[in-house]
Design a binder for this molecule. Structure first.
Ligand code: C5P
Length: 225
């Protein structure tokens, strides 16, 4: 049976708040995402916190720069011992390949089109091929250049699994147990994302902002069973 893992986004502004959240989730969650909110505030201490508590880190800093710079950033991530890092696939094949060729590196997860985009805002940002087509071509670019996984919305999972099968690991943010009407435009409920074939779902606010984060995480984990 296909397994879908939960990654909790530690989008807190302090180490203390991240630690309190981790304490509440103790024993139920293995993967934690550290992104620009917490990393900008607290730096590598955030990574140490998760490791100290036995978790695995997805360092979601969405690198997007010239190949040599991103390669250096991936090396630095490797030195921190993180499980995976994110890179924008729109940084191009050369950027991705330079990182994939490193002898020692975390798993490289390529970002396709942010889950906050709908077609209207995607077009306004200058993209002319539509979201589904762009996600498909960026995912193919990732697979051809050493990506270990591709980040997309749950709405594109079935299409990508249909093309690439299970060799493509898919990570999906934009998870909403109940409609939230927030910035996540291409959202889906956990059970639906699992049914579509997501390998990892990323959840932030539905857990962080819940009155009882442990109960919110437990309900999501139940949906993933
Ligand atoms: O709070 P929420 O559940 O929307 O958090 C989703 C997390 O996933 C955020 O930290 C966001 O930066 C991240 N993310 C995303 N869309 C992507 C890649 C990462 O929402 N394509």
């Amino acid at each position: 049976m296909h397994k879908t893992e939960l990654i909790v986004a530690l989008d807190t502004r302090t180490l203390k708040a991240a630690e309190t959240l981790m304490e509440r989730l103790e024993g139920s969650v293995k993967y934690f995402k550290i992104g620009s909110v917490l990393f900008t505030a607290e730096g590598p201490a955030a990574v140490d916190l998760v490791h100290r508590r036995g978790g695995k880190v997805f360092l979601d800093l969405k690198f997007h720069d010239i190949p040599n710079t991103v390669k250096g950033a991936v090396r630095s991530a490797e030195a921190m011992g993180v499980y995976s890092v994110s890179l924008h696939l729109s940084g191009g094949a050369e950027m991705f390949k330079a990182c994939a060729e490193l002898e020692k590196r975390p798993r490289l997860w390529g970002i396709t089109v942010l889950t906050s985009f709908d077609e209207y805002n995607f077009f306004r940002a200058g993209y002319r091929c539509g979201i589904a087509k762009t996600v498909k071509s960026l995912a193919a670019l990732g697979l051809a250049n050493g990506a270990d996984g591709v980040v997309c919305s749950p709405h594109e999972v079935a299409i990508l699994k249909g093309i690439h099968g299970s060799k493509l690991c898919l990570i999906t943010p934009g998870i909403r147990p109940a409609a939230a009407g927030d910035d996540q435009k291409r959202a889906m409920a956990p059970a639906e994302a699992r049914a579509a074939g997501s390998d990892f779902i990323v959840v932030g606010r539905p857990i962080i902002e819940a009155q009882d984060p442990a109960a919110a995480a437990a309900a999501i984990l139940k949906e993933l069973k």
